[in-house]
Write a protein that binds this ligand. Sequence first.
Ligand code: NAD
Ligand code: UDX
Length: 434
Amino acid sequence: MRVAMIGVGYVGLVSGTCFADFGHDVVCIDKNAERIEKLHQGIMPIYEPGLDVLVANNVKAGRLSFTTELAKPVAEADVVFIAVGTPSRRGDGYADLTYVYAAAEEIAKHLRDFTVVVTKSTVPVGTGDEVEAIIRKVNPEADVEVVSNPEFLREGAAIEDFKRPDRVVVGVSSERAEEMMRELYRPLYLNETPLVVTDRRTSELIKYAANAFLATKIGFINQMADLCEAVGADVQQVSRGIGLDKRIGPKFLHASPGYGGSCFPKDTLALSRTAADAGHPVTIVDAVISSNDERKAAMAERIRQAAGGSLEGKTVAVLGLAFKPNTDDMRDAPSLVIVPAMQKMGASVRAFDPEAMEEAKAHFDGVFYASDTYDALSGADLAVILTEWNLFRALDLERVAALLGDKTLIDLRNIYRPSEVRSNGLTYHSIGRP
Ligand code: NAD
Ligand code: UDX
């Protein structure tokens, strides 16, 4: 099939490349000329493990190309995907649909023959209706169906998630569009991936419900972590103890400094707005949102307490800035709240992140960016693990203790066993563990 993918961000580039790898002819289009130029040079505009090789293989095979010009690939496509950003609208938390609607308008002008236009971007219920209305207004003759096909991939594991998803969700109304979507995902359902075929509005809501549910699991275990600290219990064991119950499941029960990233924060907020407007507030999700915001803000205070009550004049080594490992994405990362709060408390910050430092530089003032982990620790009084990169899981703890003035390690991701850290002469603080 011929596919046009609008947007070469984390979702568009990964999806487009994987569709090409399935054997389809894919053209990826982005307005950002710098991103497209980089891709022509074989340089990835984002960090995603394994993506460079997969892109190179498919470009070489002639199935994948990149352009800033939408007209020709859209006119020739069987399926056009909209995979542009839907960030939180500044000030009110609604999903900003400007990019989606702009893409719909541009697509409309160039449609020929029957084309399926798919919103892969995460969009509030009813957006598909609006995309369809825009297309029909601009091009009343267009033979088109607008389909919803939300994406569930996680950054850092995006290729694996796309190629081996738990399910594919398609919101569609005609048989011919459904057939085309089935054909597109054929390699997956041959692998027995369940395909959930439903109507467009339900499909749009499934995406938000999934993200809100996962965010709720994290919010729940984070509150349990605080309770564990208050009553002398161990949150890791609580997670294991409840997660083995198949009705609960073991995933997304890892206590943390709060969830971040380009999806959970904005999508929970957008769902909250949709629900309130519909007259059915999702008060559980509202509570998750506020407890997560409070949690991120409380982390700096926790670090201050671990430092003996004051960060004034202290140097803090921050290990990890990205919202999770294996990505360079800084969107809504807990570090964006925690680092400035520590600076406000009088701390100097030496930070190291294996991939996110270039991105981070746009966000922080007065942070020293170290060349590696031990450079970050040199001259610091205490260290804080903010992101659980593998690199930080096997630190030479004796060396860490020798480098840190106050010999204090604060592990906000629980990646160490307390006994092993303490046996190396460090004071150790983690989350929800005695
Ligand atoms: P992104 O910001 O990384 O990329 C969006 C790209 O779209 C940018 O390169 C931008 O230049 C381009 N763009 C915007 N308007 C355009 C236009 N009119 N024509 C051509 N290009 C245009 O975004 P992302 O993280 O890939 O997210 C895309 C969508 O997918 C969002 O709705 C998001 O919620 C959803 N989503 C993201 C993830 C994730 O892990 N990042 C996972 C699932 C779903
Ligand atoms: C998420 C969804 O998982 C994915 O399905 C959706 O398509 C996009 O949003 P992503 O944001 O890439 O993916 O990463 P994810 O692994 O879900 O982590 C999100 C945040 O939750 C991170 O800040 C992470 O540290 C945090 N998290 C995750 C926890 O705090 N505890 C956990 O147990 C799991």
